[in-house]
Design a protein around this ligand. Structure first.
Ligand code: NAD
Length: 282
C-alpha cells in the first residue's frame, strides 16, 4: 500500500490560525506583534521570500516592515539599522534575509540582532541554548519538521532517526531537536560511507542535501517516516531530495515536494514572532 502523505500545507494553515488567535489576544492588551526584515539588494528569490513573509504576517494580523538597502550598502549601515530595530519597541522579531552581498559579513549581522528578537534562531546565543536544551528561538525549517512529526503523531522517542545533511540551517539543528525528543540520531553527509546502509536503519529519515531524488525506495526501511526537505528545480519542476514514487512504495508516511516542509517554515517564523511579542507583555 502506498505511504500516507503528510500534508504540510494543511498543518501550516492550522498553525497560522493558532497564531492569528494569539495575535488577537495580544492586540486586546494593546500589543501588535511586529516583524522587521532586512533586505539587501534585489536578488529575485529573496525579494519573493520577503514578499511572502509580509503577506503571511498580514494574514495573521501582524505588522511587518521591510528595511531595503541597495546591494552596495556598507556593512556599517546595515549594522546600524539592526541596532535601531533592537531598541524599537514596536519590532518584536528581526531577520536578515540571506544571502547577503559578499562584502557584508552574515555572521556580523546575525550577531548584531538582540537574541530576544532573533526569530530565525540563527544567533549563536540561541544556537547554544538549543544545544544545551534551554528554551530559545529555533531555526524555522527544523522547528517545522519536528512540528510536522508531532502533529502527524509520529513517535520520536526511542526511534532511530537518520538525518542526511549537516548544514547549520537544517541538518545540524534538526538532528539536535530530534535528540532532544529522545530519538537515537545519526547524521550523514558527503563523506558518509554506504549511505543506503545507514538510511535503511531509519524509522524517521530526514533528507536535507539539496540533491534531486538522491534517496530512492531501496534506501528506505519499510514503514519509515520520510521528511523530504529538498527543494530542487529539475526541468522547470520542483522536486525533493527523495525519489517520491519509489519511496512511497516503501515508507509509511512521506512529505511531498512541494506542500510538505516548505509551508511550515513561514508558519514557524510567525509562531516564533508572536512568542517574541508575548514575552514582552508583562
Ligand atoms: P546545504 O547545501 O547547506 O547542505 C547540504 C548538506 O547535505 C551538506 O551538509 C552536505 O554534506 C550534505 N550532502 C550533500 N550531498 C550529499 C550526498 N550525496 N550524500 C550525503 N550528504 C550529502 O543545504 P541546506 O541549506 O541544508 O538545504 C538542503 C536542501 O533543503 C536544499 O534543497 C534546500 O533548497 C532545501 N531547504 C528547504 C527549506 C524549506 O523551507 N523547505 C529550507 C531550507 C533549505
Amino acid at each position: 500500500m502506498p505511504a500516507g502523505i503528510i500534508d504540510g500545507k494543511a498543518i501550516a494553515a492550522q498553525i497560522r490560525l493558532e497564531v492569528a488567535d494569539r495575535v488577537s489576544a495580544l492586540k486586546k492588551k494593546g500589543v501588535v506583534p511586529g516583524l522587521a526584515v532586512i533586505l539587501v539588494g534585489e536578488n529575485p528569490a529573496s525579494v519573493t521570500y520577503v514578499a511572502n513573509k509580509q503577506k503571511a504576517c498580514a494574514e495573521v494580523g501582524m505588522r511587518s516592515f521591510v528595511r531595503r538597502f541597495p546591494a552596495d550598502v556598507s556593512e556599517e549601515m546595515v549594522l546600524a539599522e539592526i541596532k535601531k530595530l533592537n531598541m524599537d519597541p514596536s519590532c518584536h522579531g528581526i531577520l536578515v534575509q540571506l544571502p547577503l552581498p559578499k562584502h557584508i559579513r552574515e555572521a556580523a549581522c546575525i550577531e548584531a540582532i538582540d537574541p530576544k528578537k532573533d526569530v530565525d534562531g540563527f544567533h549563536p546565543v540561541n544556537v547554544g541554548r538549543m544545544l544545551i536544551g534551554e528554551s530559545s528561538f529555533i531555526p524555522c525549517t527544523p522547528a517545522g519538521i519536528v512540528e510536522l512529526l508531532r502533529r502527524s503523531k509520529v513517535k520520536i522517542e526511542g526511534a532511530e532517526a537518520v538525518v542526511v545533511g549537516r548544514s547549520n540551517i537544517v541538518g545540524k539543528p534538526v538532528a539536535l531537536l530530534l535528540l532532544r525528543e529522545n530519538a537515537t540520531v545519526t547524521v550523514c553527509h558527503t563523506r558518509t560511507r554506504s549511505l543506503g546502509e545507514v538510511t535503511r536503519r531509519a524509522d524517521i529519515l530526514v533528507v536535507a542535501a539539496g540533491r534531486p531524488r538522491m534517496i530512492s525506495g531501496d534506501m528506505i526501511k519499510e514503514g519509515a517516516t520520510v521528511i523530504d526537505v529538498g527543494i530542487n528545480r529539475v526541468d522547470g519542476k520542483l522536486v525533493g531530495d527523495v525519489d517520491f514514487e519509489t519511496a512511497r512504495e516503501r515508507c509509511g508516511l512521506i512529505t511531498p515536494v512541494p506542500g510538505g516542509v516548505g509551508p511550515m517554515t513561514i508558519a514557524m517564523l510567525l509562531k516564533q514572532c508572536v512568542e517574541a511579542a508575548e514575552l514582552n507583555v508583562h
